[in-house]
Write a protein that binds this ligand. Structure first.
Ligand code: URA
Length: 221
């Protein structure tokens, strides 16, 4: 199976009906028109007490997502870590502080964007989420994206990139190159935790954020 077919298959499995780009915007995602659309609160309520996968067994809290429900820019990370599990909010530990710095570097605040993860419960030992865990949890992320309808998506790290697009490419090659997720431009960049370990790569992240800022400002003109 070719890359495009694999991606389509994966997106279908996580709840995205693949629709060719040429269709009008309002036809792209069934249920995505504002009429009768669900809210983030409704999705959160549905998630309460979730026991769909083994990650629920060790979590303290479901880490749903945070930020502006009408954000133009949405970040997708991998999974909650220890601090996120304690506080119930994504990216509040050391990696989160670095992400905040990047967001502020383009004149935005954390409250201006929306931040969520591929899976909403902390994998024990901070393991990478398994495909079956991602597959069970991602329909909630897909629904969050449908409600928020950001103008741009930015994946943080290899795992979010791989699961969002259903591809297995090296993040070192993929970062900084725009893709598309169901009609929404998506920019993959490095994960802030990776940058904490490899500070010399932060320059590339700064380029990616400048690119995001440029695109966001183009929207305003
Ligand atoms: N890393 C992630 O990918 N997500 C978080 O919420 C925290 C750390």
């Amino acid at each position: 199976m070719g890359k495009a077919a694999l991606m389509t298959k994966w997106l279908r499995e996580v709840g995205v009906d693949f629709v060719p780009r040429s269709l009008p915007k309002d036809k792209r995602l069934p249920g995505s028109s504002s009429e009768g659309a669900e809210t983030l609160d409704e999705i959160l309520r549905e998630l309460a007490g979730c026991g769909r996968c083994v990650l629920s067994e060790n979590r303290s809290r479901i880490v749903f997502g945070t930020g502006n429900p009408s954000a133009r820019l949405m970040f997708v990370g991998e999974a909650p870590g220890a601090e996120e599990d304690r506080q119930g909010e994504p990216f509040v530990g050391a990696a989160g502080k670095r992400l905040n710095r990047w967001i502020e570097s383009i004149g935005l605040a954390r409250e201006d964007v929306y931040i969520a993860n591929i899976v909403k419960c902390r994998p024990p030992g901070n393991n990478v989420p398994k495909p079956e865990e991602a597959q069970l949890c991602m329909p909630y992320l897909v629904r969050q994206i449908r409600v928020i309808r950001p103008k741009f998506l930015c994946t943080l790290g290899a795992t979010a990139f791989k699961y969002m697009l259903g591809v297995d490419e090296r993040i070192t090659k993929a970062r900084g190159r725009w893709r598309e997720w169901d009609g929404i431009p998506l920019l993959p960049t490095y994960h802030p935790a990776y940058i904490l370990r490899n500070p010399s790569s932060e320059e590339e992240v700064m380029e990616d954020f400048k690119d995001l800022a440029r695109r966001l400002s183009l929207l305003e003109t």
